[in-house]
Design a protein around this ligand. Sequence first.
Ligand SMILES: Cc1ncc(COP(=O)(O)O)c(C=O)c1O
Length: 405
Amino acid sequence: MPAGREVAAAGKYRGLVGNPLQTLSLADLRRRTSEKWRRYPPDVLPLWVAEMDVPLAEPVARALTEAVALGDTGYPLDGTDYASALAGFARERWGWAPTVEHTRLVPDVMLGIVETVRLVTGYGDAVVISPPVYPPFYDFLRGADRRVVEAPLNAEYRLDPDALDRAFAEAVAGGRQAAYLLCSPHNPTGTVHTADELAMVIELSDRYGVRVVVDEIHAPLIYPGVTFRPYLSMPGSERGLTLLSASKAWNLAGVKAALAVAGPAAVDDLARMPKVAGDGASHLGALAHTAALRYGGPWLDELLAGLDQNRRLLGDLLAEHLPQVRYRPPEGTYLTWLDCRDLVLPDGDSGAPADPAQVFLERGRVALVSGPLFGTGGTGHARFNLATSPELVTEAVRRMAAALR
Ligand SMILES: Cc1ncc(COP(=O)(O)O)c(C=O)c1O
């Protein structure tokens, strides 16, 4: 497409009043010192790690600046403010609320997952995960001396009952304890699991005695027309444990805090979590997350409108410039999973098929996340982060297409 039409295409997706994805210039963003902006040289457009190119929501910025002005930078109390803010948000958005007394403050979602998995499994036990999935699931579970058993998603990126059945059987073989770590919504495909799919998980996990731990960090990021169903709102989920956080939806990865929530039959398990497990949460984090959940709803809606435009823009741009890339718009999250297996790529080192993310980085100067890191099903894929301006989404696809010429 000629340059003029390209600009017009991006223009069609601009102009949302208050779109936080259109506030910061590339020059502003390049002044950031976080991993997203400093991992690669300045000529690389970074659309990899799950950070967003947005300013802070005003209520969050206010909570943080007031705390800094007051020197209110001590230890967090116990997370009950955060939990009651989450309960208010969850009740309004999802028609379900966690019981504040059944929650624990944890430093972040990944450390919360590790502590929770430790409550319901022992040394060397298996934890089932559904690849392609968030790469640190592998590292953190193995680091906690758990065995990873894979139950891959099906070709439509949905949970696969047969794969889960096989994986659960393998996980509990020999009478061992086991857990299933469910990513809901799913990173990297943006799949939002339906109530029927969650009911299937409950049925199978009950049959095998597998405990379910659910990572719902992306749950506030759901697109119009899609319904998110919190795992613990499902009948039969009473033994489940969920991790929730404001960190993805309000871009707060640098001010850490998260919540572990127990279903009614897992309360005694959560009570066994050592007190020190929560000590790594930051007071500033808890304040920021609380403000986000309590007052950040209007900002989130503007963000979601911008992301919704971007997921459609990406589809149009790929159809135009890279029609061999298969793309299913995500149902939730700002992450998208690009199936690049039909692209003709130069051979990689040692003559093996090249990794598309590597080609886009080296020849196009766009950083995506390499598919094989996400486990089985990742080869030939790359993860693209939509949480930027329409102009940078457009520029990224232009660079990706140019990389293949
Ligand atoms: C599914 C999922 N879980 C956990 C995390 C990390 O969360 P935290 O920084 O709270 O550990 C991410 C970050 O992108 C994620 O996508």
